[in-house]
Design a protein around this ligand. Structure first.
Ligand code: NAP
Length: 497
């Protein structure tokens, strides 16, 4: 079902959509992991069949280059296949079994636990990833893998792309025989649509990537409900990078090239964009900044995702550069036109940075702020003052890491992912990835929105006490018919091969 909903119809239409989602959930959740896995693989196959058309439309709607969109589409289908693998294998449910013990006083009953699907999930498509974080992106793939039905709120910046992906999903629904309303698609012309979706009583969870204001609003809507639900919002991060002294001394030219690329990649429209560069003042930093400035000047401005994001960047950049004590180090030699962004590198002293809270806010685009610290102690004060982040990076030699182990320890408290000697902009989809972090990077630092652990957001633990074996789900039955890894009487047990 595709709905373009106007204000007066919102409550009625959303009611229908959510009721259908709840009904589909009741059936879909009972399907075996293998059936859900085949459904995810079929979505991937159907998307692949439309690749050329999808990439062309996404290119028109988002201004993203074809090569990037092709790569993102491959990432999206691989992500669906990866979740299919996880649920076909089955151990993700964290099955734990504590057998009854009649010899104990009082006797211990038989107690078993596993993760079960949460319920209908509302997914807000993100503007900066029309495939990988949108209609059939990571939130949808992980929620379907967990056994949840999904209602997608399309992002208006790429509504046609979203619709086309949804058509691929609909074909997969028909081919796989899963309930018709397992996935539904909603377009809305105002925030009221999103509000109504979050606040409908059938909604059991929400996935979002976007602005801090947007994520905060969705969480507030949930908290207004009679029964609040988890809102997993990924909101804002400036991804501080610490250039340790010896690394800066020994490797300035390579670092400058690497970081000019990372700061301006996708015109800065990555949630892991390195927005803050920290280092101790001196000749080595001056040399590095001269090289980095040369690289930034060479970057050609490119179009941003949509006019709203471009206006927000221009306004934010203007306001940032108006702050006291800020020096512009470099901007592209080629002036931007229309929707193009202006790549910019600026610098403030640590004392000024600590004084002005505005510097800690995300400026979504190709902008990075250098914080010049008088010594490593002041650099630590800056780290201590920062909000929660998705990533933090240490560009450091072995000697740096030994000499400043306390700085590295401090970095670990800041973010969901700590990186040594790479740019933060690449995010691998794998079991070990954490794309999350303390507030306001996300609303819940215990979870990730990228990688196979993202499935855990859409599940809750359910304990079965005293159940006869035949009434237990197969994951918890004594004979372990699915052959999954379980905790059996307090020990991890792998199935016999
Ligand atoms: P956005 O404004 O947060 O919107 C994202 C989605 O959330 C849209 O579907 C929007 O619905 C919905 N939404 C936002 N506020 C809402 C509210 N109060 N009530 C109900 N729904 C709401 O993000 P955007 O359009 O992608 O970009 C705007 C800014 O967000 C950017 O300039 C950038 O600063 C930031 N951003 C950050 C990241 C990141 O990864 N950190 C990614 C993308 C964007 P409607 O369609 O109804 O407006």
């Amino acid at each position: 079902m595709t709905n373009t909903i106007t204000a007066p119809e919102i409550s009625t239409d959303i009611k229908t959509v959510m009721q259908q989602s709840a009904k589909a959930f009741d059936e879909y959740k009972r399907l075996p992991g293998s059936a859900k896995a085949s459904f995810l693989e079929e979505i991937a196959a159907q998307i692949e069949l439309k690749r050329e058309q999808l990439v062309a439309i996404a290119n028109q709607e988002s201004n993203l280059p074809l090569a990037r969109l092709n790569g993102e589409l491959t990432r999206t289908t691989n992500q669906l296949k990866l979740f299919a693998e996880v649920i076909r294998e089955g151990s993700w449910v964290e099955a734990a079994i504590d057998e009854a013990d009649g010899t104990r006083t009082p006797a211990r009953p038989d107690i078993r636990k596993m993760l079960v699907a949460l319920g209908p999930v509302v997914v807000f498509g993100a503007s900066n990833f029309p495939f990988a974080f949108s209609t059939a992106g990571g939130d949808t793939a992980s929620a379907l893998a967990a056994g949840c039905s999904v209602v997608i709120k399309a992002h208006p910046a790429h509504a046609q792309t979203s619709l086309l992906v949804y058509e691929a999903i609909q074909k997969a629904i028909a081919a796989s025989g899963v309930p018709e309303h397992t996935v539904q698609h909603v377009e809305g012309k105002s925030n009221e649509t999103g509000k109504a979706l979050v606040q409908h009583p059938a909604t059991a969870g929400v996935g979002f990537t976007g602005s801090f204001a947007g994520g905060k609003a969705l969480q507030a809507y949930s908290n207004e409900r009679e029964k609040p639900v988890p809102v997993f919002a990924e909101m804002s991060s400036i991804n501080p990078v610490v250039f340790y002294p010896a690394a800066l001394q020994s490797n300035a030219a390579a670092l400058a090239q690497q970081y000019a690329g990372s700061i301006t990649l996708g015109m800065g429209q990555f949630c892991t964009n390195p927005g803050l560069l920290l280092a101790v003042k001196g000749q080595a930093l001056d040399n590095f900044l001269a090289l980095l400035s040369t690289e930034i000047k060479k970057v050609t401005p490119q179009k941003m995702l949509h006019s709203g994001i471009c206006q927000a960047y221009n306004k934010g950049l203007h306001e940032m550069l108006e702050e006291k004590g800020i020096d512009v180090l470099a901007q592209s030699e080629q002036k931007p036109e229309g929707l193009e962004a202006y790549p910019t590198l600026a610098k403030v002293s640590a004392a000024t940075f600590l004084d002005i809270p505005h510097f800690k806010e995300e400026l979504f685009g190709p902008f990075s702020l250098v914080i010049e610290c008088s010594d490593m102690d002041e650099l630590k004060q800056v780290l201590l003052s920062l909000h929660g982040q998705l990533t933090t990076t240490a560009m450091a030699t072995q000697d740096d890491l030994s000499s400043y182990a306390d700085v590295l320890e401090l970095q670990k408290t800041l973010a969901g992912r700590i990186i040594i000697n790479a740019a933060p902009t690449g995010v691998e989809v794998c079991a070990a990835m954490v794309h999350g972090g303390p507030y306001p990077a996300t609303t819940d630092a215990r979870f990730t929105s990228v990688g196979t652990s993202a499935i855990k957001r859409w599940a809750r633990p359910l304990c079965f006490q005293g159940f006869p074996d035949a009434l237990l789900p197969p994951e918890l039955q004594q004979a372990n018919p699915l052959g999954i890894v379980r905790i059996f009487n307090n020990k991890y047990v792998a199935p016999a091969k």
